[in-house]
Design a protein around this ligand. Sequence first.
Ligand SMILES: NC(=O)c1ccc[n+]([C@@H]2O[C@H](COP(=O)([O-])OP(=O)(O)OC[C@H]3O[C@@H](n4cnc5c(N)ncnc54)[C@H](OP(=O)(O)O)[C@@H]3O)[C@@H](O)[C@H]2O)c1
Length: 301
Amino acid sequence: MKAVQFSRYGGPEVLEILEINPPHPGPGEVRIAVRAAGVNPSDWKRREGRYRAFEEVSFPTGVGVEASGIVDGVGPGVSSTFVGDAVFGYGRGTMAEHAVLTHWVHKPDDLPFEIAGGLPVIAETAWRSLDEVGVKAGQTLLVSGAAGGIGSAVLQLARIRGITVIGTASAQKHDYLRELGAIPTTYGPDLADRVRQLAPEGIDAALDIVGSGIIPELIAIVGDAAHVLSVADFSAEEYGAKFSRGPPKDPEQVLADVARLHSKGLFRLHIDESFPLERTAQAQTVSAAGRVTGKLIISIP
Ligand SMILES: NC(=O)c1ccc[n+]([C@@H]2O[C@H](COP(=O)([O-])OP(=O)(O)OC[C@H]3O[C@@H](n4cnc5c(N)ncnc54)[C@H](OP(=O)(O)O)[C@@H]3O)[C@@H](O)[C@H]2O)c1
């Protein structure tokens, strides 16, 4: 089978499309014929070696942590999933024709493979961030970096929870933020002034999804570091704010919940661009440029 792999840290040029044997599902795992795999910033950060301090990599290594597809192998101890089932979830080396999933749920018929393959990471991160930042129905949340994958998910989950969201993005994406239920504003200098005009009664909590170095500014806007959380800025805790990281506590529950919300028309995912497996390096380059609206997908017809 074809798989995207790399054998040393570096730029997109270290990615190779190799012909390798399909992986075997271990206990409690399934193997799928991949139909779609979501592109995440962690893919190129890992490739660059940014995680080497806390994640051991044995080369050559695959790429990709989430996918949708059709089960074509079932590991020992798996009882409720069978060859031929359509599923989506978390796995390893998902940018390949076949990949192992470690946590998955059945994919509803009304959820396209392309969407399903891009849901796990953003849905779980958004869910966890909203839970951990401590914001409730009727309150107002500021989201820095609202138009990307996680931002798009946060906006929709917050709307469902009855939370008012002010989201930052460049001006051309403001209609997109409105469609997802948020009040848009631009990022950059004087953010506090713009936010005060939009929410004179104040901001109850803030999420930093970009890691653009604005934790102190967000704390000043909220007035309480305990209600400021970042998923992208490792320095957040130095200022008394929270930093949230995986692994997911209950991955199957999040996957089932987001599938149900999608079926009810309450959650959608905008696919900014879809790439064939052979163009994974280009997809990572687009992701690293930081302008993605919604999500990038590797699609295997
Ligand atoms: N801790 C965790 O558990 C966890 C889990 C998953 C991901 N992450 C991290 O979370 C971060 C976001 O992931 P993602 O998938 O949402 O990324 P993404 O989809 O690539 O985000 C792209 C978006 O960022 C926006 N953006 C760029 N600079 C901005 C700025 N200064 N202010 C506001 N918005 C800005 C862009 O909007 P414009 O084009 O309008 O600028 C674009 O729409 C990444 O660093 C990722 O590694 C953390």
